[in-house]
Design a protein. Structure first.
Length: 273
């Protein structure tokens, strides 16, 4: 059983810590995960364990990934004697999700209140192990959640929208008021669910080439795609893919970027110089 540590630990700004303490929100997040009794969960940044006990009551195995050494110690005091729980005191950005799947088989369910200062970086990194993930429920800064769910042509549409949207279905579930946290953050939060698609949108392409093309396009998003991607010599590719070279990058769908990557990769005359 978890131990009540009260306010024994203060949130650390360098870790972007804001502890969730609203029981109603906690219950809604846990229900949104839709945990099965035979599933293996990975909770990212469990902190003081606000979600942990409820998640553990529903799953088969639970891995806790916590960077803060003091919080990891408290989690160990609370859950270390439970054989279903494994505590990893390390940075989630270097955590080996694939090792768990290799050992246990199946796929993982991820859940967590992602630190605002690493959320976007972590989401991009998870693309490298998306084949190991069944679904993920994350609480994010609302601005990040809006970018993930944005439509082509909108102000919030950008690189992370394309990268995540090509391989995952994104659902915005509900918003969370800042007063649900301690300390109260200066930003609002949103809970989302990511469900990997059976197959990425568009043709099969080299992932590194796709990522580089998208990064290049959105690094110059105020330019037309013709000018933003001029180093690729893309004129033939635009024609083949039916893309207007005069539009800006935010007008292109994930499928458009995948099609461009495929054509540019197959055409020596259209390779980047």
């Amino acid at each position: 059983m978890p131990t009540d540590h009260g306010d024994r630990l203060r949130p650390r700004k360098r870790f972007g810590q804001h502890f969730l303490n609203d029981r109603e929100v906690i219950a809604r997040i846990v229900e949104s995960v839709r945990v099965g009794s035979e599933e293996t969960l990975v909770e990212i940044g469990p902190g003081r364990g606000a979600l942990t006990t409820s998640l553990l009551a529903r799953c088969r195995l639970l891995h806790l990934v916590e960077l803060d050494r003091d919080l990891a110690r408290i989690l160990d005091e609370s859950y270390g004697d439970d054989s279903r729980v494994t505590i990893h005191q390390q940075d989630v950005l270097t955590f080996d999700f694939r090792a768990i799947v290799s050992l246990l088989g199946g796929s993982l369910v991820l859940v967590g209140n992602l630190p605002y200062n690493i959320a976007s970086i972590l989401l991009i990194r998870l693309l490298t192990v998306v084949d190991c993930i069944d679904r993920a429920v994350f609480m994010l800064q609302r601005e990040v959640a809006q970018r993930l769910a944005a439509a082509p042509g909108s102000r919030d549409y950008g690189r992370i929208t394309v990268m995540i949207g090509r391989v995952c279905n994104v659902e915005s579930l509900f918003n969370v008021d800042p007063t649900s946290f301690s300390p109260v953050p200066q930003v609002e939060s949103t809970v989302i669910r990511l469900t990997p698609r059976p197959h990425p949108i568009g043709p099969v392409v080299d992932e590194q080439a796709f990522s580089e093309l998208v990064r290049t396009a959105f690094s110059q998003r105020r330019k037309t795609v013709r000018n933003a991607l001029k180093h690729y010599q893309p004129e033939n590719a635009f024609s083949v893919c039916g893309i207007d070279p005069q539009v800006r990058p935010e007008m292109l769908s994930p499928e458009d970027f995948a099609n461009l990557t495929a054509v540019l990769s197959d055409s020596p005359a259209a390779c980047r110089t």
